[in-house]
Design a protein around this ligand. Structure first.
Ligand SMILES: Nc1nc2c(ncn2[C@@H]2O[C@H](COP(=O)(O)OP(=O)(O)OP(=O)(O)O)[C@@H](O)[C@H]2O)c(=O)[nH]1
Ligand SMILES: [Mg+2]
Length: 303
């Protein structure tokens, strides 16, 4: 199954809200007019497109006035083009220009950090890379255990310490191990935190400092994991988090369980960072590169 088909299936709830919703608007041979555009805007708004909803409808309205928008097919095409134009051209897999490439993963509690790391480790391992994960969430023993189970499943190595250990020391040891054993990628898991928890945000900065002292330029990537089921609230969360710590990219998780996948547009707009990957389920292989064209095609695809 190709990316488009996988996304169409896994993002079924968002697809249904948007694509089936649009079919519904045109039911009974209804023609495009101002009222229909208004209903379309509402539909987009309900799929959590936020301010992007009205912008897109303005695009469509201009086209309609020029006589370029008649039926359902025209509308779908115009919508696709307008949505795609609002996604960035920077996307996709990073280039591994450093050995090891160090990726620090951050986010609020339960956003999907550990699961996403497991998926990334699995992905990079499948690409033939030598992967190490570091369990810098030392607050709960269960956190390191969770990562250990995932690591064993995808046959990647892990550095962990006892509960209560200094997270920065786990990061340090992870890098040291990777330098000795020649890992290509080090992915560091961290405990969930809110941007308001000053001590925990300081702790993140300490991890960054320790890592950069061990390897110049590291961490090469800092990825913020956002829970996609939060819709527009994820936008606000991302904004606050990125003000407190330097983030280089985003992962939006749990897009399989929500009709609010349209929030991706607001996230891109408001946060101004590339969405690198999206989570489309709990299993290890359910992580996809965020590819704008396939994403837009999938969420607008007819059943
Ligand atoms: N359906 C679905 N569930 C997901 C996805 N990603 C993560 N989850 C679930 O979300 C829950 C939390 O995931 P974790 O990876 O433990 O989240 P975390 O950010 O590490 O949590 P803390 O370490 O407690 O802050 C788990 O039940 C995961 O199975 C996804 O893409 N789809
Ligand atoms: Mg975790």
């Amino acid at each position: 199954m190709g990316l488009f088909d996988r996304l169409k299936t896994r993002l079924g709830r968002t697809r249904s809200a948007l694509a089936d919703g649009i079919s519904g608007l045109f039911r009974g041979g209804r023609e495009m007019d101002a009222a229909l555009l208004g209903e379309l805007e509402e539909l987009l708004y309900n799929a959590d497109l936020g301010s992007v909803a009205s912008e897109v409808v303005e695009d469509l309205s201009r086209k309609h006035k020029r006589g370029e928008l008649n039926g359902e097919a025209d509308t779908r095409d115009a919508l696709r083009a307008s949505l795609l134009a609002r996604l960035p051209e920077v996307w996709g897999e990073i280039e591994f220009t450093h050995t090891p490439t160090v990726i620090l993963v951050v986010g609020v509690n339960g956003s999907g950090k550990t699961t996403s790391i497991a998926k990334l480790a699995h992905r990079f391992h499948s690409q033939g890379k030598h992967v190490l994960v570091g369990a810098c969430d030392t607050y709960r023993a269960a956190a390191a255990e969770q990562l250990e189970i995932w690591a064993a499943r995808s046959e990647v190595e892990i550095v962990r310490k006892d509960e209560g250990a200094d997270p920065a020391s786990v990061a340090f040891e992870s890098l040291e191990t990777a330098l000795v054993l020649g890992h290509d990628v080090v992915i560091l898991d961290t405990a969930g935190r809110l941007h308001t928890q000053t001590n925990l945000m300081d702790e993140l900065r300490k991890i960054q400092r320790v890592v950069s002292r061990k390897i110049e330029g590291a961490p090469h990537e800092v990825w913020l994991v956002l829970d996609g089921t939060n819709g527009q609230n994820a936008v606000q969360q991302a904004r606050l988090f990125t003000e407190a710590v330097d983030v280089t990219g985003l992962i939006v998780s749990k897009l399989d369980g929500t009709a609010r996948g349209g929030a991706i547009f607001g996230i891109e707009r408001e946060v101004g960072l590339p969405v690198r990957y999206i989570g489309t389920g709990e299993a290890m292989e359910l992580l996809e590169v965020f590819e704008p064209q396939a994403f837009v095609d999938a969420i607008l695809a007819e059943a």
